[in-house]
Design a protein around this ligand. Structure first.
Ligand SMILES: [Zn+2]
Length: 717
């Protein structure tokens, strides 16, 4: 089944991955929201009826843990962030039709209703599982309360995600060597009765669903691999107070008595109620505007289109669990998932704890127009590619494309028109220009159907580029006296092109295109203009224009970089003095939006405490540590982080698997002296045998080496 092209005559809903109510928004976070907003606006420009909804993700353990630390209730803590987000998004013209939150009555009721439906349809069962428990604190340790080793890749994993390693969702009880993330106490596993959603029963459905799914290819391909390796059922309850209660009256597939149902003191896992907010928020929008204007049931239950815009770290939830839930509760499935890449800062990950970030409010405080950042984030790379932010690149894109190409064309055209004709000359558009506008509209339409906001932006910039060439080639300033008709034609064409640009570029730069619309003397809102308006005759009169964009000077960039560097240095110094206070805080672990690169060096904030228990010299002697030299290095296929290394250790060459793929340039590694543990038991990672362990320090896998000339194979003692 392939989908009908946009625009369809059915209502669409575009959603954005919910921001997790746990910390400030930085430029990296904005990528998904800008992307979603551009896409929703572009659909409307195509004439597609669209609702654009989102909300704050309030539940889950990171909020509970951090609220506890601040001595406030989780609700109070999360609501404060919710209010901040609600104020921040409009400042970037991210215009949700509804912005709710997961703790409100609409979402609570809808979540319980959907869980009841899933139970009634026989998709939920009870199972005894092992839950991590801190015996000293007498506390259960759901999700982020526990950390240990990922059973799949061996990386350190926290809670329910292996986000430093293989990116898998981890079920309760899966983490090996668990410790409490609050106290550092070793945890025990205790048996508890929990509710499970039988995702495995949906394997066939999901396989077909992925074939139908549109959007970015990563949202199809990764889930296919997960399905191939076998879907696990999903534990949907937690031993926690903060969250939506498991509905006690939900039918149990395999339990006769309701009296001792396990649901009584359990809340639903945050990932159950979070995506349901997409529906709840659409419903709130309908209730506000009236279902005659927009009927939420159309996209979710009737005939409509659902497009999810998310960060790539939450693909599994949106392409596996969520469609299974929707299908199991008789809702519609999403038509498309657009999963964005991460944003890095000057080639490195954002680090909120190190203040290595450009914050959303900081960007605005610097006096930059939101449209500049919208343009940068929307068009700097393909949506699923990682995008690097640096003030230099930002300046370059703004000065070259916005000021130099689009701004320059519009300004010179409208200024010429105003000075010579008090607006658009009295004629009609040439075939050449009308055809070129039609081509831009086609490119724009194709881009949106291809889920590429970058190509949609390029359609406008290319049209402006054509405009510059057109005016340059025809030199109207030389025609005014000798051939006034020809001059009028050229300038009229340029006004028409400017009008088309306002329409096509509005999704990316809504405020700027609103000003351009006013400069053209057009009435109504440019956001309401659909692509056919790009061909409509400009209304006649207007005065002299003002420049749309302002150039960014090089000195400005230097100052901004200095500021950033100084702040990072200060934050690092602070952390070093604070290092003895252990701190379970790492607020980057956003549940629904973590669209920034792995927090490269945030761990320095939480220096691991020195182990108190001592080992004997004999125990140490048991470990055979050797000097080696890397002979060859290549990435392990399908593993984001793992590299396969051949290491010469004197006696023999060893194959090792290490989690350094993204942290080192593998082609630089051959010839590097390294230190390895030679007598570690062998392990298999992603089907590749690892015979020993490469020693490296910290989150960035700083490789250990020697500084003298100890020969290869030397034992370290
Ligand atoms: Zn893992």
């Amino acid at each position: 089944m392939s989908h009908e092209e946009f625009p369809t005559d059915r209502p669409a809903v575009v959603t954005c991955g919910l921001p997790y109510a746990n910390g400030d928004l930085h430029v990296g976070h904005l990528r998904t929201y800008v992307g979603g907003d551009v896409y929703a606006r572009a659909l409307e420009t195509l004439g597609q009826e669209t609702a654009f909804v989102c909300g704050s993700d309030m539940h889950g353990t990171p909020v509970a843990v951090n609220a506890d630390k601040e001595g406030v209730s989780p609700e109070e803590f999360a609501l404060e962030w919710h209010e901040t987000y609600k104020e921040t998004f409009p400042q970037f013209d991210i215009a949700f039709d509804n912005y709710g939150h997961t703790h409100d009555a609409t979402n609570t009721e809808l979540t319980q209703e959907i869980v009841r439906d899933l139970a009634a349809n026989g998709h939920i069962y009870e199972k005894e599982i092992m839950v991590a428990y801190d015996p000293i604190e007498d506390q259960h340790l759901p999700d982020r309360y526990v950390e240990g080793t990922c059973p799949y890749c061996g990386e350190t994993a926290r809670g329910d995600e292996c986000d430093d390693g293989c990116q898998r969702h981890l079920e309760p009880g899966e983490i090996e060597d668990p410790v409490s993330s609050i106290t550092g106490n070793p945890a025990e596993y205790h048996e508890r009765t929990h509710k499970f959603f039988e995702v495995s029963e949906f394997t066939e459905y999901l396989t077909d669903f992925l074939d139908r799914l549109e959007g970015t290819s990563n949202a199809q391909n990764q889930p296919r691999e997960w399905i191939e390796s076998g879907l696990q059922d999903w534990c949907i309850t937690r031993d926690l107070d903060w969250g939506i209660d498991y509905p006690e009256d939900a039918a149990d597939a395999d339990s006769d008595s309701d009296a001792d149902s396990a649901g009584d003191d359990l809340v639903l896992y945050v990932w159950v109620d979070a995506p349901i907010e997409y529906i709840a928020s659409t419903k709130q929008y309908s209730e506000r505007v009236g279902s005659d204007t927009y009927d939420w049931e159309q996209p979710w239950k009737g005939a409509g289109e659902i497009v999810h815009v998310i960060g790539r770290d939450i693909i599994q939830h949106h392409a596996i669990f969520w469609p299974a839930m929707l299908h199991g509760a008789d809702y519609n499935e999403p038509r498309a998932i657009m999963a964005s890449g991460f944003v890095t800062l000057g080639g490195k990950g954002f680090s909120t704890s190190r203040n290595r970030a450009v914050w959303a409010d900081e960007y605005l405080d610097e006096g930059f127009h939101p449209d500049l950042l919208r343009y940068y984030l929307a068009t700097n790379g393909g949506f699923q590619q990682d995008v690097d932010f640096s003030w230099e690149k930002f300046r370059d894109r703004v000065n070259t494309e916005l000021v130099g190409t689009l701004g320059n064309f519009v300004y010179r055209s409208l200024l010429f028109a105003a000075r010579n004709y008090d607006g658009a000359p009295d004629t009609t558009v040439s075939d050449e220009v009308d055809d070129r506008i039609a081509e831009a509209v086609d490119d724009f339409t194709a881009a949106i159907n291809d889920y590429s906001i970058r190509k949609a932006g390029n359609a406008a910039i290319d049209l402006a580029q054509f405009g510059n060439e057109y005016i340059q080639r025809n030199e109207p300033w030389n025609l005014v006296d000798d051939d006034p008709d020809a001059a009028e034609q050229v300038i009229y064409d340029c006004v028409q092109l400017s009008k088309a640009l306002a329409v096509l570029f509005q999704p990316i730069a809504p405020e700027t295109c609103g000003r351009l619309w006013e400069q053209l003397g057009e009435t109504g809102a440019v956001a309401d203009a659909t692509v056919d308006v790009a061909h409509e005759a400009p209304q006649g009169e207007f005065g002299e224009p003002e420049e749309l964009f302002e150039k960014i000077e090089a000195e400005r960039v230097e100052a901004l970089n200095e500021k950033l560097e100084q702040r990072v240095a200060e934050a690092t110094a602070d952390e070093e003095t604070d290092a003895d206070t252990t701190d379970a805080d790492e607020t980057d672990d956003d549940t629904m939006t973590d669209d920034t690169a792995t927090d490269d060096d945030a761990q320095a904030a939480d220096l691991e405490p020195i182990r108190e228990e001592r080992i004997s010299f004999e125990d140490f002697q048991e470990i055979d540590i050797r000097v080696g030299e890397i002979v060859a290095a290549e990435g392990v296929e399908d593993a984001d982080k793992l590299a396969k290394l051949q290491v010469d250790i004197g006696h023999e060459e060893r194959q090792l698997v290490a989690g350094i793929k993204q942290l080192h340039d593998l082609s630089d590694l051959p010839g590097t002296r390294v230190i390895i543990v030679a007598n570690l038991e062998t392990a298999e990672l992603f089907g590749v045998e690892s015979n020993g362990m490469l020693l490296a320090a910290g989150e960035e896998a700083d490789l250990l080496t020697t500084h003298g000339d100890a020969p290869i194979g030397t034992r370290i003692q």
